[in-house]
Design a protein around this ligand. Structure first.
Ligand code: ARG
Length: 479
């Protein structure tokens, strides 16, 4: 317990590099905007002068609101279906994300006046265009829509459809390209950004005619609501919104036509991967260190004379080894926070999970090593007059360590690879950055091949180093 407290304290000092959440609570000088930046030209990622930025006409509007309020704008990018909870819980102050003010949503948040209108369309692979003249042909079809969006609701109403709901529009397009779904429901303005040789629009049109976008504000925050409506009114009277839409659409259209090859992708996004490597190494190194400590303690427990300690040690190993690390991570990150109010940052939760998990495996490795040393060794040491502790320290442990070094090395390599799981809670590691690059470039393969290469290089270097240590230690065997 002391150990874990220590981990938590230690990592609290590390600047939080969470994908979400630069500010836990909103203070008065900042306006925290929640958005799902997969929705060009509303809001999307764009590399400008080598830096990833979130742009779009929603963002331009947000900047005007912040300027009118005289505060700094902070943008939080998250899944579309996470926006309402984020607004309600106060993690963000305002939601601008092409969000339609539906009756359902109005139950939990307030909306500004509307600022933009759009229509729904059906996106398909060009070769399938003629398959869907009307909505009736979409029945029983495999289709996709964004999770938590009104498009999802439209999709759910089509009889017999198999609906795939995903966080990000780019993922839906990827599903369409890879033929996992055959059609997707999207807004016309947004679909425009994805149309190319492969992706087009079907003639079918969903019933819902025009939908509008409005700005979401926490219930009862009338002051902010009035300010937002004030800014919107000014922008409308100055004809600024149309201008912002045009600019954002141009920015969207001028994405590179030729898709860069893997080396270009790597070079262009090297800083993304570099950040990822930093966090993967930090995560794995601390995971290994605390894993070894936990492993030693559990190993001692398992071999102790006291039955209850032996029992605790065995239970630990069995439970941790018998449950998936992803589940353990969810319990530590979400479970503890929602049930006991113990809130860990993604980095803290990641280190805890990795060390608790690898502790179980390392404990078994240590035990195997110690038990593998011939009993005669202990007897010989004792008969030479060594105490139990001295015999352990000078005779048993050195031999045990040498014997299990390859197994320990294996475990370290595993930790580096498994740390990629922590990306699901927004830890900015190599895996996370690969997904970010995927969302920006719309490429499904290269970003992950690059990640694979980086993981391989890391683990390869590590196993070479361990091999060297092994040879050094075995020098005495050959004498
Ligand atoms: N207008 C639709 C809705 O309110 C879709 C909005 C999706 N927005 C986004 N940023 N992905 O449900």
């Amino acid at each position: 317990m002391m150990l874990l407290t220590f981990v938590v304290l230690l990592t609290a000092a590390v600047p939080s590099a969470l994908a979400s959440g630069t500010t836990g609570t909103s203070d008065s000088k900042k306006l925290v905007l929640g958005t799902s930046a997969d929705f060009a030209p509303y809001e999307f990622h764009k590399v400008i002068n080598g830096k990833d930025e979130i742009v779009g006409f929603d963002i331009a509007i947000a900047k005007e609101i912040a300027a009118d309020l005289g505060v700094e704008l902070v943008i939080e990018d998250m899944g579309f279906d996470g926006l309402l909870p984020a607004l309600q819980s106060g993690r963000v102050d305002i939601v601008i994300s092409g969000m339609t003010p539906t009756e359902d949503r109005k139950k939990s948040i307030d909306f500004s006046d509307t600022y933009y209108k759009s229509k729904q369309v059906i996106m398909v692979r060009n070769e399938d265009k003629d398959k869907y003249p009307t909505m009736a042909e979409l029945e029983n079809e495999k289709i996709g829509a964004q999770k938590g969006s009104i498009q999802e609701t439209i999709g759910q109403k089509i009889p017999g459809v198999k609906l795939t709901s995903l966080d990000k529009i780019s993922d839906i397009v990827l599903q369409l390209q890879t033929k996992r779904i055959n059609a997707a429901i999207v807004e016309d303005t947004v679909a425009a950004g994805y149309l190319d040789d492969m992706i087009g629009l079907a003639p079918a049109v969903p019933d819902e005619e025009q939908v509008a976008a409005a700005i979401g504000i926490r219930k009862g925050n009338t002051e902010l609501l009035n300010a937002v409506n004030g800014t919107l009114e000014r922008l409308k009277s100055e004809n600024k919104i149309d201008q912002m839409v045009t600019e954002a659409s141009q920015l969207m259209a001028d994405r590179e036509v030729e898709s860069p090859n893997i080396f270009e992708v790597f070079w262009q996004y090297k800083s993304f991967y570099a950040t990822g490597v930093g966090y993967t190494l930090l995560l794995s190194a601390l995971g290994v260190i605390f894993g070894v400590i936990i492993g030693l303690i559990i190993c001692l427990f398992r071999m102790h004379d006291t039955a209850i300690l032996r029992w605790i040690g065995t239970a630990y190993v069995e439970v941790i080894r018998g449950t998936p690390m992803l589940v353990q991570l969810m319990i530590i990150y979400y479970g503890l926070a929602l049930t006991f109010g113990i809130t860990f940052s993604p980095l803290q939760a990641g280190i805890l999970t990795l060390s608790i998990n690898s502790g179980a495996y390392l404990a078994e490795i240590f035990r195997a090593g110690i038990q593998g040393v011939d009993r005669g060794q202990l007897e010989a040491a004792r008969s030479l007059g060594m105490g139990r502790a001295a015999a352990m320290r000078f005779i048993i442990l050195p031999q045990a360590f040498k014997a299990v070094l390859p197994a320990i090395g294996n475990e370290f390599v595993t930790i580096i690879k498994e740390s990629s799981i922590i990306s699901v809670i927004g830890m900015v590691d190599i895996m996370y950055q690969a997904s970010v690059v995927k969302n920006i470039t719309y490429q499904g393969m290269n970003p992950f091949l690059i990640a694979a290469a980086i993981y391989f290089v890391l683990t390869f270097i590590l196993s070479k180093l361990l091999g060297r240590l092994e040879r050094k230690l075995s020098a005495s065997d050959r004498r």
